[in-house]
Write a protein that binds this ligand. Structure first.
Ligand code: KG4
Ligand code: ZN
Length: 325
């Protein structure tokens, strides 16, 4: 079964063709990073206009790379939320137009569920139940996944998402946008020597990252940061300490066999390395290019939705605040 995946929830216009939920035939991404960099963050109106320009060429590129025609496709999977409303609308409406014109079934995919399914593309053998840590620019969720499409929320951030915290810290340190890769890069030349607070929120699987960010801001404003690399390393370590400890604890409590990590922040080398070192059970993480936003993960998730008969009608709409559980 060949699925065309379409993703436009944020600042990447992406299209991919995936076979049987695991073989990537193509994975095309048009990034808007440079367009938004001058503003230090994503400007929603600019994002949706750029999606409109990029979506048709990127779908054509994905079809060409996969060497498929419309008649080779079995369905279309498109991100319906969460994300920016104007951006989501571009992908969903193009997907509906193709579905109508070509008589193809369509399924609306939750972007966060898509991130999880990047792990199926990585050829991992997955044994349910699993604990998933989803860490992106908008979300930091710990979820128990009991089977395909079956989620129980264990914890979430009470303020900033992990990726958002990286982006804000990078701005505070003047390291540029997007912040995650900038902090990771700067941290390579620094030592985690600056003490920053960790919010443990004992007895819960919730996270809080705004305190770490505010502590960093106070130090910078007070002229107490002389070495940006040390500050980046200290910030990165503080965020990752909490993510790792809480994920390992949640997996232990639920007695699962595997931990799965997903979302843009999962491409962070220290997070990947620390989780593997500190977890007594196996940790699965996709390669970095499949952690950040892409359409192959949406197509993989769509395949499992089609398997469960989840076909949407042409009244499919975007849900900008869509939840996973
Ligand atoms: O999943 P994603 O590509 O888009 C959303 O769904 O939000 O995640 C983007 C987030 C951004 O906040 C970015 O700074 C963060 O992931 N990120 C990283 C790294 N690469 C991307 N954070 C830490 N380390 C990285 N290497
Ligand atoms: Zn994402």
């Amino acid at each position: 079964m060949k699925i065309l995946g379409i993703e436009t929830s944020c600042d990447e216009t992406a299209a991919a063709v995936v076979e049987d939920g695991l073989r990537i035939l193509s994975n095309q991404i048009a990034s808007q990073v440079e367009l938004h960099a001058r503003y230090g963050g994503i400007v929603p109106e600019v994002a949706s206009r750029q999606h409109t320009l990029a979506i048709i060429p990127i779908i054509e590129q994905a079809m060409a790379e996969a060497n498929v025609t419309w008649s080779d496709l079995d369905g279309i999977a498109v991100t319906m939320g969460p994300g920016l409303a104007g951006s989501l609308l571009v992908g969903v409406n193009v997907a509906k137009a193709i579905a109508l014109a070509r008589g193809l079934p369509i399924t609306g995919v939750n972007h966060l569920e898509g991130h999880i399914y990047a792990n199926w593309l990585a050829n991992h053998t997955i044994d349910f139940p699993i604990v998933c840590l989803i860490v992106s620019g908008g979300h930091s969720d710990l979820v128990l996944m009991r089977g395909h499409g079956d989620y129980v929320l264990l914890g979430r951030t009470r303020d900033d998402a992990a990726g958002e915290a990286f982006d804000k810290a990078a701005r505070i340190l003047g390291l540029g946008y997007p912040g995650g890769p900038a902090i990771e890069q700067a941290a390579r030349n620094g030592k985690a020597s600056i003490p920053l607070p960790r919010a443990w929120l004992k007895g819960t699987s919730d996270f809080s990252f705004s305190g770490i960010k505010t502590a960093l801001l106070r130090l910078v404003e007070g002229g107490k940061v002389s070495n940006k690399a040390d500050a980046a390393a200290s910030f990165q370590e503080a965020v990752i300490d909490v993510l790792v400890a809480k994920t390992v604890a949640a997996a232990g409590e639920r007695r699962v066999q595997q931990i799965l990590v997903a979302g843009g922040v999962a491409s962070n080398g220290l997070l990947r390395q620390s989780l593997v070192q500190k977890s007594p059970i196996p940790v699965l993480v996709p390669e970095p290019v499949l952690c950040t936003d892409n359409a192959a993960m949406i197509a993989a998730c769509g395949y499992y939705r089609f398997q469960r008969g989840k076909v949407d009608g042409l009244d499919l709409d975007v849900i900008p605040s869509l939840k996973l559980a």
